[in-house]
Design a binder for this molecule. Structure first.
Ligand code: ADP
Length: 285
């Protein structure tokens, strides 16, 4: 056991380290105008797909965007953006994000894992440290938006990132129309409210299936549940994205649907209201 003065010195060093980390985080965040989290109550609802498509939509609207994937247990951004073979490099104490295209920088825990099949078994404090490093040490530069793809639920990771960002601008909550996902989303809204994080709106994904052959729409799950729930919980509704094989194909190719093809499909256009809600944040500076 360290003697009393040594223990006090170690404590003081820790305190100094925390203060210097805090100062570095603040100076990084000063250069990022808007910070938005993409959350979902449960996995598999298309949260990462939405995060990637919103990020690309903002780039297409002329914004400088960073996309941070902290979905430790299932980082899918490298796959969605076809970046799986890419490695991040560091310069001094800084980690360089991957520049996918001009004005679009991406950082994902997936870049740091030796193999996509590796399981990540980390306890809360380790996750906190990793998320802290992604904000403190990644050279984001000047950004209009940092979009954070958070793991599903209301656990350590969203809590850590909300605390570290300090004053994020808000959260987009992704859900599917089924009741179970909606119950989870209500929890997500309460979680944001209890942390003082504004809910920018609810986006209903996988809402109805439009047949690519005949164009007929079938509501495989119940449709419109997200809108009803958003209305009841008094948060904005950001629209419905249909189940579309093109979304999967685009993801497999690593090209989000919002930028695949000159003429945007109906599905790509369905990201419009959510993109608009984020752009409004920037315009209301
Ligand atoms: P999450 O981040 O919520 O776990 P993902 O974004 O990884 O979910 O999506 C899960 C799967 O669903 C992926 O294979 C993705 O291509 C697919 N997907 C997401 N949204 C749609 C959609 N609107 N239509 C069809 N497939 C979709």
């Amino acid at each position: 056991m360290p003697k009393e003065p040594e223990a006090r010195k170690a404590g003081a060093n820790h305190g100094q380290q925390d203060n210097s980390d805090e100062a570095q985080i603040r100076s990084r965040l000063k250069r990022i105008k808007r910070q938005v989290l993409v959350l979902s109550g449960k996995g598999g609802v298309g949260k990462s797909t939405v995060a990637a498509n919103l990020a690309v939509s903002l780039v297409l609207a002329g914004k400088r965007v960073g996309l941070l994937d902290i979905d430790i247990h299932g980082p899918s951004i490298p796959k969605i953006l076809n970046l799986e073979a890419r490695k991040v490099r560091s310069e001094g104490s800084e980690i360089m994000p991957i520049e996918v295209m001009p004005n679009f920088k991406v950082m994902s825990i997936g870049f740091l894992l030796p193999s996509r099949d590796d399981a990540v078994i980390w306890r809360g404090p380790m996750k906190y440290q990793m998320i802290k490093q992604f904000i403190k040490d990644v050279q984001w530069g000047d950004l209009d938006f940092l979009i954070v793809d958070s793991p599903p639920g209301t656990g350590d990771e969203p809590l850590s990132v909300i605390q570290l960002l300090g004053k994020a601008d808000g959260a987009v909550i992704v859900t599917t129309p089924q009741e179970v996902a909606l119950a989870d989303v209500r929890k997500g809204i309460s979680f944001c409210r209890s942390l003082g994080l504004p809910v920018l709106g609810v986006l209903e994904n996988m809402s109805g299936f439009v047949c690519p052959k005949c164009g007929e729409r079938t509501d495989i799950f119940k449709s419109g549940g997200g809108e009803e729930m958003a209305c009841r919980m008094e948060v904005p509704f950001l629209g419905m994205i249909p189940i579309d094989a093109e979304v999967v194909r685009a993801c497999d190719l690593g090209i989000p649907i919002v930028r695949s093809g000159e003429n945007q499909s109906k599905t790509a256009k369905a990201f419009g209201p959510a993109t608009r809600a984020l752009l409004d944040l920037d315009e209301n500076c």
